[in-house]
Design a protein around this ligand. Structure first.
Ligand code: TXA
Ligand code: MG
Length: 424
């Protein structure tokens, strides 16, 4: 982190010299962007701060040279490259260590740019028109058909669909507009790790693997976009990955705005409302085939019996019993066990957990139980911050799967190797 703070915004040549004096042969540059200086009088940005303009031009020029650049979005930091250039987007896969059969989201800065990706005869369905009107720019990704003539198969993993979103973060949208090209961008982390929500998370994970990170501060949403497939013949909306736009909000705008003779599309959440075994084994279902969101230490998910009962056949434990088993399992020689704890700030678990002997707690609060958007905002930062403090394991409290809590629990269940039911 110290390295990050010192190197941030240093002149390129000075930074290069500093880096060669340290163990790194090559250092990734980090350039600050003033998000408030970027506005969109049209779909092309107006940038008042000269340093931000210079940083964006620098990044756009790297992108046009087929390089990858990390940039902030409202959800998480993305690792971008030209989407319509197979060599450039191939660099995303090698930088992240991403499996080649995991398709990428393409980011656009305007609807005109979306049309560059679509078959010329394609008409956007009414459900998508409503969703785009309400949630674009923003954390909603929509699947569109592609005929293979424009979008390279490295982006779609050979599927007949391409996932597209228009980010609302001024720096992301400006970068795409200035580059004047659709930008493919997964989260800017090594494959399998929690997604980065601050420039320093990207730097810590991927320093030296590419040239430039644009630093636009902490991401507002904190977890990835909602991925929606509305292309099925039944016209229903299938949520493949819950995310920044809540299912409740998708349902609400469809109810409010639907004007067709056909019935209002039903919103179905994958694994909650429907299952598709064939699809789950295909990499196109976000986060299904590969390990995801996992820090380098074990993560245990804690359910409380005060909120819901354990499923049939699952045992619950008094907190005291659980803690002494943890202390046994993770203790090393004379030291106390360092345990990271992610809970809501008003959690009933806080009355009992921190009193355990033999455990040194590092607590990272996730906001109030009544504000799941704050939990979403803080989740990945919490996992990455606790990991960097050298804890032996991380405990996360389960929250209600409503509103942003649905996306939070989707990530947490994948991050956790085990779960436990505590008698609270
Ligand atoms: O918020 C976000 O979506 C962030 C920021 C950077 O925009 N990006 C992101 O990308 O989360 P990534 O690669 O980490 O997740 C994209 C997910 C993948 O898991 C993939 O399975 C799914 O979107 N996806 C992409 N193209 C698809 C397609 N054609 N069909 C189904 N799923 C697709
Ligand atoms: Mg990702």
């Amino acid at each position: 982190m110290q390295c990050y703070n010192i190197l941030r915004n240093l002149h390129h040549r000075v930074r290069h010299r500093l880096c060669s004096m340290t163990s790194n042969k090559y250092c990734t540059r980090v350039l600050s962007c003033d998000t408030s200086s970027v506005s969109f009088p049209t779909t092309y940005p107006d940038i008042a701060d000269p340093q931000t303009l210079e940083a964006l031009r620098d990044a756009a020029s790297l992108l046009r040279d087929q390089q990858v650049v990390a940039f902030p979005t409202e959800t998480v930091y993305g690792l971008g490259a030209l989407a319509l250039d197979a060599v450039a987007s191939g660099r995303i896969f090698s930088t992240k260590g991403r499996p080649a059969d995991n398709p990428l989201i393409v980011h656009v800065s305007s609807e005109a740019m979306l049309y560059r990706l679509l078959p010329t005869t394609y008409r956007i369905p009414p459900s998508y028109q409503i969703l785009m009107k309400h949630f674009w720019p923003g954390p909603l990704t929509l699947l569109f058909p592609t005929d293979g003539s424009t979008v390279p198969s490295i982006i779609t993993a050979g599927q007949p669909t391409v996932a597209v979103r228009m980010p609302s973060h001024p720096v992301a949208r400006a970068l795409i507009a200035i580059t004047d090209a659709p930008i493919a961008a997964p989260s800017a982390n090594s494959s399998g790790k929690p997604s980065p929500t601050r420039a320093e998370h990207v730097f810590r994970d991927l320093n030296g693997k590419f040239d430039l990170i644009l630093d636009g501060g902490a991401c507002e949403v904190g977890l990835e976009s909602t991925v929606v497939d509305g292309l099925g013949e039944d016209g229903n909306i299938r949520v493949l990955r819950p995310g920044g736009v809540t299912v409740e909000d998708v349902e609400k705008v469809l109810q409010q705005e639907w004007k067709e003779v056909e019935t209002i599309p039903t919103v179905l959440v994958h694994r909650r409302d429907y299952r598709d075994d064939a699809m789950e084994h295909a990499p196109t279902t976000p986060g299904m085939k590969y390990r995801h969101y996992s820090p380098s230490v074990p993560v245990i998910l804690m359910h409380s019996t005060s909120n819901s009962s354990p499923p049939d056949g699952t045992e619950s434990f008094p907190v005291r019993v659980f803690l002494s088993s943890l202390a046994q399992r993770f203790k090393n020689e004379q030291e106390e066990v360092r345990v990271g704890m992610l809970t809501t700030s008003d959690s009933p678990l806080l009355d009992t957990l921190p009193n355990a002997p033999g455990i040194l707690w590092k607590h990272y609060p996730l906001g109030s139980i009544s504000e799941p958007y704050v939990t979403a905002q803080r989740l990945f930062d919490g996992l990455l911050t606790l990991e960097s403090t050298g804890v032996s394991l991380i405990l996360i409290e389960a929250i209600a799967e409503q509103r942003e809590g649905l996306a939070v629990m989707n990530r947490v269940k994948k991050a956790a190797e085990e779960s436990v039911w505590l008698e609270v």
